[in-house]
Write a protein that binds this ligand. Structure first.
Ligand SMILES: [Zn+2]
Length: 896
């Protein structure tokens, strides 16, 4: 059968000016098509529900919402619509449940039954058997998490329509014992961005040409959400409301199969499970068996309809933060499907054939329907597997000699609260000790956190908490061979994501389950703030060192309060020692209602504020010292648009705006080149994607930045943006970027060279190595870094931080007369905190700078050589970034 079989109805084509010329594409069945379908004659026509036929137009988020609202109101016995959250821009997140009228009428009981089955400890075997025999299977179809991957959302609608219209035996069989959850549009904001800009580029006809404007989205493309996050990496720390609300929704009914439907390059065919190696070792054999079964049944229908597909070669199941991974860790079977994207109405492939948007809808629809068939056929196996998974998971910790994880929580209470809240949102039960206790040879105070391993979420717990999740040895050996042959590695994403490491919190493992009175922690990520001694005569201090204090600072500045911040630690007459960075608010500097303002700020920020009756300090600087500078209310700008990397720009903005509530002005390069920057005190250059700052800003822009710094501005570079500071005649940073360590000699400039004997093959191999190569690319590991405790930039930061290290940028340290290397990667033996790094890189990265500061005129540059806001989930780096912004400005000499 021809590759591109499906298409549009010619009749409807003629009716709309904005569709492809019909000559390019085949005209066959309307979408969706499934063999032996038998549609009810009384079903509402699609255009009545959607405004157009499937495939005729890329549906906007509002049209998708309307379509499902129509279905739910016209067919209430078979469809239930549930709103589960809102996107950043306020668009609804929802799913529709479709099933037999009998199952839909008992939906609440069925979902309660699934929640019971998910807790095997509270069930007897006969009760479990009875549930397994009576509950239906369930499949969750999730579409368009990447908003510019367009066909899944429309395919999800086509599936819903088909299930309601089709009277065939297969569909009736599916609906009799399977609930179908359809979450058509996981990223409505990104999808809206794509659709609106796509239609804005279309002329007389839609161009399938890969050079056309239709086929090349402007920055930022529709992949990400409003804050430019790749939400297909966010299922670990749940930073985005879309992810967090979905994770909550899934735990209401634990769907047994989960399909995350995506699109890939337009020439690539179709991909479904089983996934590529390496698998995360916490995935169970029974889950892999089902992945195979699902793939085989999809393949049966793809063969019958003549659709090409592939499996296993890319898209691994190692990183747990994909949508297609997370449900695996509650005991479901989840998978990614990837359709070649027309990225518009149609796309000319390399072989000249035209791939249409309708083709994408049709193939996804067939994969979905085939998956439903598998679920229906395997219903009791899936239920049984789910129950067994959760039961054996709860017992596995004891077999592994691991009964609890304990967090002493002696510092960074706000960070601990956030982590425990996130783990609770994941469905992991976290307890907080109400009294002191002793476990595994160590004393713990009341307030310590405890996570017992005898939980059905054991595998999720391990994959989120363990420092390293081991990769298959054979796989790693293969990667070393590829590297030796100068081939790229096949590691798809970062190799480490341990939350305690990324939050920089200390965790102990214990082979005992401590006996201690506890309370169960809730899902809140914010600690309750407080003010001690509210009537204090002198004023207030806020000990520095966590995000709650940073939120307090942000809100206090915006309310016009006057704050100072100590560059050095100090001891007050009250006997308490305060860390560097501690905020000081005196009554003399502030309005009369300071107490009530401070109380309100403590409550909203979670800060632990202390009243002081006097300012007498017994060690360290007094509050009137030049070592306790005022923290000015500053205007923060950042570079936005090409050539910045949208992920870096988005997270840099997110951590300030949503992490601590401080607004940022995003400025495009065209304005920045010659803009008057004097209104700004801080300017952030995010990492770059394609393109460079030299090109985007030119010499005029460079000079503008230089003058900004000279006048007292703080210029902060993130990740690879740091290399921009090394360029030009008058570089702003006196570091250099390193080549790979190599013994290769400089190639001779002459055409003829003296003869040489290669006595061994090793010498031949040595000759093949390039001269001045980049270090090998590192897919991502968690690195230990050592913090200079005596610099204002590191106030309140622990002696050791953990940074993600991704890529191959390695910088030389600054000489002492040029600047300071305030945070440096640890020694080779201590460098690796979690994950995997090539040996040569480990040696070369050690001791090199992670954060550098160099002064110019009245201002300074602060260079992060890695991304401190990586996915906004390396929480332990955020305060360092915030220090760079606020303490950087406080320690620069801008004239006001
Ligand atoms: Zn995708």
């Amino acid at each position: 059968m021809r590759l591109f079989y499906t298409s549009l109805l010619t009749a409807s084509l003629a009716a709309l000016p904005c569709v492809a010329s019909a000559a390019d594409i085949s005209t066959a069945q309307p979408v969706p098509y499934f063999p032996q379908s038998d549609y009810r004659p009384d079903i509402s026509p699609v255009p009545e529900l959607l405004g157009h036929q499937f495939g005729e137009r890329i549906s906007e988020p509002a049209a998708i919402s309307r379509f499902f609202e129509q279905l739910a109101s016209r067919y209430p016995q078979q469809v239930k619509l549930v709103h589960y959250g809102k996107s950043w821009q306020g668009r609804p997140l929802f799913y529709a449940v479709i099933g037999s009228s009998s199952n839909i009428s008992q939906l609440a009981d069925i979902e309660a039954g699934m929640r019971k089955l998910a807790e095997p400890a509270s069930l007897s075997e006969p009760e479990a058997k009875q549930l397994i025999a009576s509950l239906p299977a369930s499949v969750w179809i999730a579409g368009s998490l990447h908003g510019n991957e367009i066909s899944p959302a429309d395919a999800a609608m086509a599936l819903a329509y088909h299930l309601l219209a089709d009277q065939s035996a297969l569909t009736q069989q599916i609906l009799s014992n399977t609930l179908v959850y359809i979450d058509p549009l996981q990223n409505p904001d990104g999808h809206h961005r794509f659709v609106s800009r796509y239609y804005a580029t279309v002329g007389l006809e839609h161009s399938p040409d890969r050079l056309s404007a239709e086929q090349n989205e402007p920055w930022p493309n529709g992949r990400t959400n409003h804050y430019l996050f790749d939400m297909n990496r966010d299922w670990i720390s749940l930073t985005q409301p879309e992810t967090a609300s979905r994770v909550k929704a899934l735990q209401q009914m634990y769907p047994l199969l989960f399909v995350d439907s995506h699109e890939m390059g337009g020439d690539m065919g179709y991909y479904f499970s089983p996934e590529a190696e390496p698998y995360n070792p916490h995935i169970q054999a029974s889950q892999r068996q089902v992945l195979n079964k699902v793939g085989q049944n999809n393949a049966k229908w793809f063969d019958e309809l003549g659709y090409h597909y592939f499996t296993r070669e890319i898209f691994d199941a190692f990183y747990p933060g994909y949508g297609a991974s997370w449900p695996l860790y509650y005991g479901s079977v989840s998978m990614t499907y990837e359709m070649a994207s027309a990225r518009g109405h149609h796309y000319r492939m390399q072989d000249g054939q035209i791939l249409t948007f309708a083709d994408g809808i049709q193939r996804n629809f067939v994969a979905f329907k085939a998956t439903l068939e598998t679920a229906s056929q395997q219903a009791s196996t899936l239920l049984q597997n789910f129950y067994q998974y959760r039961k054996t998971a709860a017992a596995q910790g004891e077999k592994d000699g691991l009964r609890s994880f304990i967090f002493a929580a002696e510092r960074d209470l706000a960070g601990h609260q956030k982590l425990m809240g996130v783990l609770t949102q994941h469905g992991i039960k976290v307890e907080q000790a109400q009294q002191a206790f002793r476990a595994c040879g160590k004393d713990y105070q009341a307030g310590s956190y405890l996570i017992r391993t005898n939980q059905p979420s054991y595998h999720l717990m391990r994959t989120l908490l363990d420092e390293t999740v081991p990769m298959d040895k054979a796989f790693l050996e293969k990667q070393e061979q590829r590297r030796a042959n100068n081939l790229p590695d096949q590691i798809y994403d970062v190799t480490a994501w341990s939350l305690p490491l990324m939050y920089n919190l200390e965790m102990q493992r214990c082979n005992q389950a401590p006996r201690v009175n506890t309370t169960v922690v809730g899902p809140d990520t914010l600690i309750a703030g407080s003010v001690s001694n509210p009537d204090a005569r002198y004023g207030f201090v806020v000990p520095w060192g966590d995000m709650a204090a940073a939120r307090f600072l942000s809100a206090a500045l915006q309310q016009g309060l006057t704050l100072r911040s100590s560059d050095l630690p100090f001891t007050h007459q009250n006997g308490q020692r305060y860390p560097a960075g501690t905020l000081v608010l005196s009554r003399a500097d502030n309005p009369a209602d300071l107490t009530s303002k401070v109380q309100q700020l403590a409550q909203q920020s979670g800060a632990l504020v202390q009243g002081l009756d006097n300012s007498w300090v017994t060690e360290g600087p007094n509050f009137g010292s030049f070592n306790v500078p005022a923290v000015p209310k500053i205007n923060v700008a950042m570079l936005w648009d090409e050539p910045t990397n949208p992920l870096s720009a988005g997270s840099a903005r997110f951590v300030l705006e949503r992490g601590i509530g401080y607004p940022v002005t995003a400025i495009r390069p065209a304005q920045l080149r010659s803009a008057d920057l004097s209104r700004y005190q801080v300017l952030i250059l995010p990492a770059t994607g394609a393109g460079s700052y030299q090109q985007a800003l030119g010499s005029v822009g460079s000079e503008n930045l230089r003058q900004f710094v000279q006048r007292g501005g703080v210029l902060i570079t993130l990740g690879n943006a740091t290399s921009y500071l090394l360029e030009g005649d008058k570089p702003l940073l006196s570091s250099k970027r390193e080549y790979q360590v190599s013994e290769q000699e400089k190639p001779a400039s002459e055409a003829r060279v003296p003869g040489r004997v290669l006595a061994e093959y090793r010498e031949f191999e040595q000759m093949l190595k390039p001269y001045q190569a980049d270090p090998d690319w590192v897919p991502g590991f968690i690195a230990n870094a050592v913090v200079d405790q005596n610099h204002w930039l590191t106030a309140g930061i622990a002696e050791q931080v953990r940074s993600l290290y991704v890529g191959n940028h390695i910088y030389q340290p600054l000489r002492i007369n040029d600047g300071r290397n305030v945070v440096n990667f640890a020694a080779p033996k201590d460098l690796l905190a979690g994950g995997f790094v090539w040996e040569e890189n480990r040696q070369q990265i050690a001791h090199k700078p992670l954060v550098m500061v160099q002064s110019h005129g009245r201002g300074q540059v602060i260079a992060f050589t890695q991304e401190p806001n990586f996915r906004a989930y390396v929480d332990g780096m955020h305060l360092l970034y915030i220090n760079a912004v606020f303490r950087g400005a406080a320690n620069a000499g801008a004239l006001r």
